[in-house]
Design a protein around this ligand. Structure first.
Ligand code: TRP
Ligand code: SF4
Length: 327
């Protein structure tokens, strides 16, 4: 049977952290065998929230190295930059005629961004963020899109646009489904918000063992557990979430019991978590070193992925032109 097609995308924000890994990358790596996958680097989307483009190139390389080091296989699934395949721009323009501004203004992800980033005056391109994302997905006829919760509204908008196109011009596009990533949110080291680069509460896939230990030492835990002997509440502690994610089941239950009784101190508990994280990161760091020393290979991987992506995109666009009776 023909494998279903998925389109996964990330904005190139630079080196990835454990939250990105757990919330997306880990899942992509699993999915690459079950599906025919395409991996998009959404560099144009970066412009919706900032005009400074000086870091995009380096951030792209850093992110792609993390993809490769973590186990995403470019042979199975091409990697490509949005800005290198012109069809993204072209389909974006056509799709922008198929949705109302009122619908885009209702997008809850946009509302959250406007609030969180204190945006006073929204640029036109930011309003169109989901339309560009719809073009990303539809160009490859994506049938499913792995996403975190915040991206579900964008996939919903994609479905509406695909439906509208098909009704108006004839069947070209599947209506893609969201594949929700289960363990979507990993808390940051500050224990409050989710892990995020800008909040400075992240452990990166590129952090060495000493860095991980030092960061973990400063992690915020249950404030009522001041010293060893005090009983703690694992359910409100970020370090416990890390154990749940990265430690084997026996250790998780030992930690839970020890924390509640007070027998386990936070210093030891953090060290255990740091060790598990370091174990997980060790092979990733090894591979990262290899790619850092072979940047030409990374570049070639993008060029090759873009060639393969472009072939699919061109084919879709010629179908679009045909259905739309354009020239
Ligand atoms: N909006 C996505 C995010 O911020 C990135 C993205 C752009 C994307 N185009 C996409 C994700 C297409 C999936 C499919 O995470
Ligand atoms: Fe958190 Fe571990 Fe301390 Fe309990 S013992 S509060 S789980 S760091």
């Amino acid at each position: 049977m023909q494998k279903k097609r998925i389109l996964s995308g990330m904005r190139p924000t630079g080196k990835l952290h454990l939250g990105n890994y757990v919330g997306a990358l880990e899942n992509w790596i699993k999915l690459q065998d079950q599906y025919e996958s395409f991996h998009l680097i959404a560099d144009y989307h970066m412009l919706t929230t900032g005009l400074d483009t000086s870091h995009i190139k380096q951030n792209t390389i850093d992110m792609v190295i993390d993809w490769l080091a973590a186990g995403l296989d470019p042979e199975k699934s091409p990697f490509f930059r949005q800005s290198k395949i012109k069809e993204h721009t072209e389909l974006f323009l056509l799709l922008s005629m198929l949705i109302s501004t009122a619908r885009l203004e209702r997008n809850p992800t946009l509302k959250d961004q406007v609030r969180d980033l204190n945006i006073e005056s929204l640029v036109y391109g930011h309003l169109g963020y989901p339309v560009l994302q719809a073009a990303d997905i539809m160009l490859y006829k994506g049938e499913a899109v792995p996403v975190g919760e915040d991206q579900i509204p964008h996939v919903e908008i994609t479905r509406e646009i695909a439906r509208k196109f098909n009704l108006q011009y004839g069947e070209v596009f599947p209506e893609p489904e969201s594949l929700l990533t289960k363990f979507a949110r990993l808390p940051g080291l500050d224990g409050i918000a989710k892990m995020s680069k800008s909040l400075n509460n992240a452990i990166f896939l590129s952090d060495g063992p000493e860095v991980v230990k030092a960061k973990m030492k400063k992690a915020v835990t249950d404030p009522l557990k001041v010293r060893k002997g005090d009983p703690g509440r694992p359910e409100i502690c970020a370090v416990f979430m890390y154990h749940e994610k990265f430690s084997p089941a026996e250790e998780v239950s030992e930690v839970e019991t020890g924390c509640r009784s007070g027998a386990l101190g936070c210093v030891d508990c953090k060290l255990k978590a740091a060790n598990r994280i370091n174990q997980m990161l060790e092979p990733i760091l090894e591979k990262r070193k290899h790619y850092e020393a072979n940047l030409d290979t990374v570049n070639d991987i993008l060029i090759d992925g873009e060639k393969r992506g472009r072939a699919v995109a061109e084919k879709t666009m010629s179908e679009v032109h045909e259905k739309m009776l354009l020239g």
